[in-house]
Design a protein around this ligand. Structure first.
Ligand code: MN
Ligand code: MN
Length: 469
């Protein structure tokens, strides 16, 4: 045998995901760009996902429970929790206790949250104090247009939903950065200290209230405008939930338009494929589930994070609508016998920083969705570490379904690391592995992804929901 044949037969090489019909990749990416541009926060994602699901015949599990209806194969239900996380089910033909095919991704992204007593006036402007959410390089969030999203509840209890700074005619908000001319001291600091958390104050007003003897006239005028528009007072910030995110829509990158830059790819670039693939499923063999979780960026804690019980509760409600004589073992079996894709973004080699990556085991943009056996840091600490047998099952599935995929770890061992929701679902005894799109500039205000990897991730989710044994 010649070396070339032998090489072909015996060696493994990553293959480009830019294969097949490029038009399909491009068309799918357009839908994603619209969804991502319209849904920057967890609340917005849940609202839109519910609308999309209802249009496909999904029902709120509450309605089913109220009507005391039995669920049948092919039925579609969802359960949302606090408007921030969502679980969607398409009931399969098999008994649910034999397990489900579950994708779990998250819809929260790093951002700047407004503090509870945030408004002050200084230096000719009114500004809001923020507390950053998730892992960010703080110096990246200055000097760029920001949009305000969230809710304000007025004294009468009326909830005002905010989205200001996205429409071209809207005002935006801004965090000032020290001019380079006098930044000698700042530039000598480490990157992590160059901009402090308490400097992430967002300009929201500038024109003073007309009466000259009033105190803090810019702050007062800002409050006057807020009161006019939303009938709120300063006290109402105590119960507000407001997030500042980069303003603007996703944009194509490059002459060939092969990539997309946007805020919030992490993790909508996995949530969107997981959701859209599920919405196409009709009467699958195994019950298919798409979990869109909140709070991943702060450790999956709280009642809307996957370390909480919302997913288990949703499963138990569905099981109780499927079975007579409900008992706990049914839910536990359904969870334990499940296949899970923990769908979250991964890193891929950044050619500007080759020193941070180990070439053989780092993913490359445009080479398909990334299947990751383990995450964690310093000796796999905090990782759920997928079983080899399960990896084999998925490898075979993806090869058969012609899903472009590769493997990848987050950078060199011992440089840092990361983790996502896999371990919380693995805790139920399920087979879990990480899968997702490689992102460049992860957690920066604008992140970068390959359209081919996005589409490969959709194909992976689609094939995964089809697992029938
Ligand atoms: Mn993530
Ligand atoms: Mn993240």
């Amino acid at each position: 045998m010649k070396a070339k044949e032998l090489e072909e037969k015996l060696t493994y090489k990553r293959k480009s995901a830019w294969v097949g019909d490029k038009e399909e990749i491009m068309a799918y990416s357009e839908g994603y760009k619209v969804f991502l541009g319209d849904n920057k926060t967890e609340r917005e994602c849940v609202k839109s996902a519910v609308e999309l699901a209802r249009a496909k015949g999904f029902k709120n599990i509450k309605e089913v429970l109220k009507e005391k209806k039995r669920l049948q194969p092919g039925d579609k239900v969802y359960k949302e929790h606090h408007g921030k996380c969502l679980t969607l089910f398409v009931i399969g033909k098999q008994c649910i206790c034999k397990g489900m095919n579950v994708t779990a991704s998250h819809i929260d992204s790093p951002r700047l949250d407004v503090k509870q007593v945030p408004l002050y006036e200084e230096g000719g402007v009114a500004a809001l104090k923020t507390h950053y959410y998730g892992g960010i390089k703080k110096y990246q969030w200055t000097a760029l247009p920001l949009a305000m999203h969230g809710i304000l509840i007025d004294r009468e209890g009326k909830k005002h939903t905010l989205s200001i700074g996205e429409a071209p005619e809207d005002p935006v908000f801004f965090i000032s950065e020290l001019l380079i001319h006098i930044a000698g001291d700042q530039m000598a600091k480490s990157a992590s200290a160059a901009v402090s958390a308490e400097q992430l104050n967002v300009v929201v007003g500038h024109i003073p209230f007309e009466e000259e003897d009033a105190k803090e006239r810019i702050k007062l005028n800002t409050l006057r405008i807020l009161n006019e528009q939303f009938s709120v007072t300063e006290e109402d910030f105590l119960s507000a939930e407001i997030e500042f995110v980069p303003a603007g829509k996703p944009r194509d990158v490059g002459f060939d338009r092969g990539m997309i830059t946007a805020y919030g790819h992490d993790d909508k670039v996995c949530a969107y494929p997981a959701l859209t693939a599920l919405l196409e499923k009709e009467t699958p063999e195994r019950t298919c589930v798409c979990v869109l979780a909140d709070k991943e960026e702060v450790g999956s804690v709280g009642s809307t994070g996957l370390n909480g019980r919302f997913f288990e509760n949703a499963v138990s409600e569905v099981v109780s609508c499927l079975k007579d004589n409900y008992n706990d073992v049914m839910t536990k079996s359904a969870m334990e016998n499940s296949y899970v894709l923990s769908m979250d973004v991964n890193s891929c080699i950044d050619a500007n920083y080759p020193e941070a990556f180990e070439k053989l085991n780092s993913a490359v943009a445009g080479y398909g969705t990334i299947l990751t056996k383990y995450t964690g840091s310093r000796g796999k600490s905090g990782s759920s570490d997928a079983n080899g047998e399960y990896l084999y099952k998925l490898r075979t599935l993806f090869n058969e379904a012609k899903v472009p995929y590769q493997t990848g770890e987050i950078g060199k061992t011992d440089l840092g690391g990361g983790g996502t929701v896999a371990l919380y679902l693995a805790a139920y005894g399920a087979n879990v592995v990480d899968l997702g799109v490689g992102v460049l500039s992860m957690h920066a205000p604008y992140e970068l992804i390959s359209k081919a990897d996005l589409y490969a991730t959709y194909k992976a989710a689609d094939a995964f929901y089809g697992i029938n044994e």
